[in-house]
Structures are given as C-alpha cells and as structure tokens.
Ligand binder design. Structure first.
Ligand code: PLP
Length: 521
C-alpha cells in the first residue's frame, strides 16, 4: 500500500467508523450468528498474491460486523463498560504510526516522558495522595499496563520479592550468596496472598503467575459483600497457625459482582495489629469504580490510600472514555517494583539508564516492549477536560440511580440484592409465594438485608428472565450469584447512554418478568 492508497483507504475507514458510532445504538447488541460462523467464510490459507484494499475492506461489513457484540451500544449493560471516544482513537492512530517498543527511555524519550507526566495528571484527577506522584519524596509513580490483571500480577510479584528477600536478609543470609538465593526460594514457598471472595479473579490468577498460595476470604450479604477487618484477621491467624506467611492482599474499590467497596479503614487497623502483618503489601483494585474519583463528591475515598497502601490501579479503558488498553497503576515505592523486575543484559544498557536519572519502564512491567498508550489518555483528558470526565461519570451514576429507583418502585416484582453503587444495580426477581407467605408486603424498600436466605424459586425465575432477555438481544446484561442468590446486574457507562436507554431496559426487564410469571416461558 503506498501513501496515496493509504490516504484514500484511511479516509474511507474514518467514514466507516463514524457511521459505525452513528448506527450502533440501533443495532442489536448481541450478534445472531452461531459459534464457528467465521471459518467457512475465510480461506484456509493466507493469500499468496497481494489483495486489493477494496476486497479487504468489503470483508469488514460482510464478515466482521455480523460477529460483533456492541460494547459501544447504549444498550450494552453487561459486565462493565469498555469505552472508546474519537480522541482516544486518534491517540491509537498516532501510537501505531510512532510504533517504538519503548522499553528504555532512549528507545523513544517522548513515550516515557509523556507517560510519567500523564500518570501524574491522572493521579491528580483522581485526587490520589501525593505519595503516588512521580515527584513524591518517597519515590512513587505511575505506569500504564495493558490490563488490571497485568497490574495485579505485577504487584504480586513485586510483593513476593519484597517479602521473601526482606525475610531472608532478616534471617542473616548475605545478599548475593548461594545460600541467600536458596533461602529466598524456601521463603517464597511459604507465601500466601489473600483477597475477598468478591475480588476479581485476576487476583487468584496473579497468585498462579507469582507461584504463591492464595486464600479467598468469605464475605456476607449482610455486610453488602464488603470485606471486613474481622474476616481479614481470622484468615491471617489461620495462615500463620499453618506455619505460612501472608504477604499480599487485594482490596477492592468496586467489586465486579456488585461494586462493593472493602472496608479499608477496618482492614488497615487489623494489619497494624502485628509486626508481621505491617509489611503485607496492600493493593487497591479500583479497575472500574476508581473512575468515580474524578468526581469531587467521591474524592474523599482516595484519602484512605494515603497510608498503608502500596499500590492502586484503575482502568481508563473501562469508564473513562479511553479505549482498551489503558490500565493505570501507581506504586508508592518504585524500587519495590524495579528490585523485583530489573534484569539488565548488556544489550539493554545505555548511558542514560546507567546514570539512573531516567525511567526505563521495562523494569515496571512483565514484558519488555510497550505501546505508546499515554497519547490516547492525553488526548481524551484535553478534549473533554476534567469537567467533561466528571460529567461522564456522573451521568453513569445518575442513570444507575434512576434505574435503582425504578426497581424499588416495583418491589412487587423485584428485590435489590446489594446496595446500588457506581451506576450498578443488582436485583433478583421475587418469589411471589415466598413473599406472600412471609407477609412481606412490598413497600419499595426491599434491599439486601431482607434476602439473606437462599430462595430456589426466586433463583429459577431470575435465571429465566435473564436468559430470555439476553437471547432476544435488545439489551445485554450479566448475571451473578451471591451466597446462593442468583442475581441480575445492570450497569450503563456508555458514552452514548441516556435516560431513555435505561428506562427501556427497565421496561424490558418488567415485561419479561411478567411474561415468565404468567408461565408463558
Ligand atoms: N478488577 C475488576 C474489579 C474488574 O471488574 C475487572 C474486569 O472487569 C478486572 C479487575 C480485570 O480487568 P482487565 O480486563 O483489565 O484485566
């Protein structure tokens, strides 16, 4: 493809993309194709001879579009949003053009320097404590990872090395000796990471990657699925009674199931109770809900991270209008990271790195090469301004409140399972017989405290309603189970989401529930 062919193709692609965004609200969210739909349409082998762009281009509409699930649709209310905006796409275009796997500063200084500055911008936008800024006296700073899963795994590896090496030194072994390395390995084998049973599965996966044990701490519906200090103390005591060494905990600001926020203050108090617990690495996973910190009314939450928190992550690519991938990770002490991950063979050496005055982000992540991700964040933050980001997040929260109120207004049909938060509402369909038998008169106030017991009929009805809605594809929802309670999650953080979309979703849920209760399905 030469420059003029590229110019023509790129202009057409931009028109396609604009048309895609214009038409996406009217498209079915879920595709109608069956698994394996694509293979018969694509040749078994790559072409031997060059193909014209016009042929390639045509396949987007005929072969790819039919198999898309429309995450950008305002009717997508499943999982968490995965936003994208025009300035973000522009950032991706320049990033591709400037491709340079900038692992060391010298490999593309603009890539490294913009990332450091932009991570400070984002930290300030979220009102994160000063200790996470690259300019902090304690050596903090931010780095853009691909995903929250990478962020968590990277933190767990840093935590593992900090704990195993500090312990080995404290035992009197001499750093660098064979005995020291052998003992580090023995100490690693005793390490246990922990998190609540509501924490995203990336923490359990990170433990697999880090090669350490993992224990999940039970949460309760009565506690709104929040991790309590008492539950943490219990598991820490059990781990130590087993002769093992707890070294890492993920606390969630906004769990995937219900946007529960763990009880940071309680957990921190518990961690300060024993010398051996004080050095447990505390990571805050705020992959989705952390975006809410841009809004002034949520910023007080970030004060919890000023002390006793080692790292924090938030995905711009969920709710903050930057497309995948842009997982922002901050650490309090960058040397915890670089001590764990810095391997420097001769071919990676250069005078700037040797001076120690530049950041080489390869030592802050698992992979070597990296993308120029800060461009898209920079473009989005400038195009919308902080006020635009605040307005976007507030829109999602306000739509969530409208939806939750609608659900409460039909307490004859539904119960809210956990406290609605950050735009997410979790509900279940009521079992009419059980409600009547309990003399539980619907009054619009049903919240999680009422439904700590498992109700098989309510589970069956909720599952039926959920499956029917998704099979019809006008809106896309996800389901979950809390302590045996089957529940439906509804969240709308799309950049195009308006009140009419959430009201339509509510109508669909009501109509489908009535249909199921009438026994039509
Ligand atoms: N943490 C939380 C709270 C999440 O909800 C998710 C995904 O939804 C993740 C982590 C994992 O995100 P990623 O796909 O960026 O690894």
């Amino acid at each position: 493809m030469d420059r003029e062919q590229f110019r023509a193709a790129a202009h057409a692609a931009i028109d396609d993309i604009i048309n895609h965004f214009d038409t996406v609200p009217d498209r079915r969210v879920l595709p109608t194709i069956e698994p394996g739909y694509l293979r018969p349409q694509i040749p078994e082998n790559p072409p031997l001879e060059p193909q014209k762009w016009s042929e390639i281009h045509a396949d987007i509409e005929s072969k790819i579009q039919p198999g898309l699930t429309h995450w950008q649709s305002p009717n997508f209310m499943a999982f968490f949003p995965a936003s994208v905006t025009y300035p973000s796409i522009l950032g991706e275009m320049y990033s591709a053009a400037f491709t340079a796997p900038a692992f060391n500063w010298i490999c593309s200084p603009a890539c490294t320097e913009l990332e450091t500055i932009i991570m400070d911008w984002v930290a300030k936008a979220l009102a994160l404590p000063e200790c996470f800024l690259s300019t902090s006296a304690n050596g903090g700073g931010g780095v853009i990872q691909g995903t929250a899963s990478e962020s968590v795994a990277t933190m767990m590896i840093a935590a593992r090395e900090r704990r195993a090496r500090e312990k080995t030194l404290a035992e009197g072994f001499k750093d660098g000796s064979v005995e020291y390395e052998n003992r580090v390995c023995e100490n690693r084998a005793k390490l246990v990471s922990i998190s609540s049973d509501q924490t995203h599965s990336s923490t359990a996966k990170a433990a697999l990657v880090a090669g350490t044990r993992f224990r999940s701490i039970p949460t309760k519906l009565e506690d709104n699925m929040e991790l309590t200090g008492e539950a943490v103390r219990k598991v820490l005591e059990e781990i130590e009674a087993d002769g093992l060494d707890p070294y890492y905990i993920t606390l969630s600001m906004g769990t995937t199931n219900s946007c529960a926020v763990d009880r940071f203050a309680e957990v921190k108090t518990v961690l300060s109770e024993k010398e051996s617990w004080k050095r447990i690495w505390v990571h805050i996973d705020a992959a989705y809900a952390g975006a809410a910190l841009v809004a002034d009314e949520y910023q007080h939450i970030a004060q919890n991270f000023a002390e006793g928190v080692d790292s924090f992550n938030m995905n711009m690519h969920k709710w903050l209008m930057v497309n995948f991938d842009a997982s922002c990770l901050w650490v309090r002490n960058r040397t915890d990271l670089t001590n764990a991950l810095d391997i420097t063979p001769t071919y990676l050496r250069n005078p700037y790195s040797e001076l120690g005055t530049v950041i080489d982000y390869r030592n802050w992540q698992i992979s070597l090469g990296r993308r120029f991700r800060s461009l898209k964040i920079w473009f989005v933050m400038r195009t919308y301004g902080l006020n635009g980001l605040k307005a976007h997040v507030r829109n999602g929260i306000s739509l969530g409140n409208i939806f939750a109120d609608k659900v409460r207004s039909r307490s004859d049909l539904f119960e809210i399972v956990t406290t609605p938060a950050y735009g997410l509402t979790v509900l279940r369909v009521r079992n009419p017989a059980a409600a009547a038998a309990a003399g539980d008169v619907p009054n619009g106030t049903s919240e999680h405290k009422h439904i700590v017991q498992v109700d098989e009929k309510a589970n069956e009805l909720s599952k039926k309603v959920y499956e029917l809605i998704n099979s019809r594809g006008e809106v896309f929802l996800t389901s979950t189970v809390f302590a045996g309670t089957y529940s439906i999650r509804v969240v709308n953080g799309s950049a195009q989401a308006e009140e009419k979309h959430i009201l339509r979703a509510f109508d669909i849920i009501v109509e489908t529930t009535e249909e199921v209760l009438r026994g039509k399905q």
